[in-house]
Design a protein around this ligand. Structure first.
Ligand code: RUB
Length: 354
């Protein structure tokens, strides 16, 4: 086994020994991904051996959720270097489809750049790319555990928590990502926690993955449809809302899965705390407000069909902006690996990321 392979296999050992619900792990052949489109009925893995295969897997949502996309970007950049270790002049072009596979989650481009820059400045590019990709993954893992502990403090002793989409282990580095790390830490500290998971049309990340992970952890969960949050709040059934983040502007505006904004509006109306969980890679120092963040527009077909079957009449148009913007004024706080930030966010975010 070469030295760079040993570095990668140490990460695979960590994932095994900590019994993580990991979205991916390195093998001698390439990077093994959990195909998240098959869950919860089938746990299938998929081997990726080139950066182009990685970018297709990201585009097709086999791997998704911002933390996991970051890890995939880091490993994909390692695959760039592995395919031409002596031709750094080619790396940028080779990495371009990977960097742009999902434009909203800033962490993807940052992860690719981090690994390629480290390799460029090294006499041993392959070893450096492998260790940089592993370090990226390990940092994500450490941070999700840390933010989980901070976040658990704001969870009441007995809490009904509403979440949208899936911000969990498979969307992160295998412990609990952002939101499920908070819920997991609160639950493991003895709090009585119950989760309402919104289904999240059209990919059903909430119905398929959030419920699957919570069930594995033994945390009670009830599945609801995307339009139910207001009614649940009105009935007094929600104590806290927790969502992930794909990108945060320097004024604290949050971009996350479409539907997040409506939950935040309903929470404000009912006086219910609404938090996002994040790590520093999701905060964009170059963007001052949410309106500047590129929103990925996915194919209309994803809305017009379900399990490849049409759900409406022929000729009807569909529209799928995959993310929406929740203004900072609707956030109660931002849970990070360094603590919880509050409004006004600009100075707190500056201090956090630098
Ligand atoms: C996922 C989504 C999630 C965040 C969570 O969208 O919006 O809420 O990515 O990620 P998609 P994190 O399934 O389209 O990727 O937990 O990293 O904040």
């Amino acid at each position: 086994m070469d030295f760079y392979e040993e570095i990668l296999s140490r990460l695979a050992d960590t994932i095994r020994s900590q019994q993580l619900i990991a979205p991916l792990w390195p093998t001698l052949e390439g990077i093994e991904l959990v195909d998240q489109t098959c869950l919860p009925f089938e746990y299938r893995t998929f081997l990726v051996q080139s950066p182009d295969e990685m970018s297709v897997a990201i585009k097709k949502m086999l791997i998704r959720g911002s933390g996991a996309i970051g890890c995939a970007g880091a490993m994909g950049a390692y695959l760039v270097v592995r395919s031409s270790p002596d031709q750094p002049e080619k790396w940028e072009e080779m990495a371009s489809p990977l960097r742009n596979a999902r434009p909203t989650a800033l962490i993807l481009a940052s992860a690719v750049d981090e690994v390629l820059n480290a390799a460029r400045n090294s006499n041993e590019p392959l070893i450096t790319a492998a260790s940089s990709a592993v370090a990226f993954y390990e940092n994500q893992l450490t941070w999700e555990k840390e933010l989980g502990i901070y976040g658990a403090e704001i969870v009441p002793e007995k809490a009904n928590i509403l979440t949208h989409c899936h911000s969990g282990a498979l969307a992160g580095a295998g412990y609990g990502g952002r939101v499920l790390s908070v819920i997991r830490a609160a639950f493991e500290s003895g709090k009585e926690v119950h989760v309402f998971a919104q289904e999240t049309r059209p990919y059903l990340q909430g119905a398929r993955i959030t419920t699957w992970e919570l069930s594995k952890l033994g945390i009670p969960v009830t599945l609801v449809t995307d339009g139910m949050s207001g009614a649940l709040m009105e009935m007094g059934k929600v104590d806290l809302c927790l969502v992930g983040s794909d990108r945060i502007a320097m004024n604290g505006d949050l971009v996350n899965k479409t539907g997040t904004y409506l939950v935040a509006l309903a929470a404000r109306e009912h006086g219910i705390p609404f938090y996002t969980g994040t790590t520093r890679y999701n905060v964009d120092p170059c963007i001052s407000s949410g309106k500047e963040i590129p929103i990925e527009l996915r194919a209309a077909d994803e809305v017009l069909t379900f399990n490849r079957q049409p759900i409406t009449v022929n000729g009807v148009k569909g529209l799928y902006p995959a993310f929406d913007i929740t203004p900072a004024s609707l956030l109660t706080g931002i849970i990070t690996e360094k603590g919880i930030l509050h409004f006004p966010y600009s100075d707190a975010l500056l201090e956090y990321i630098f």
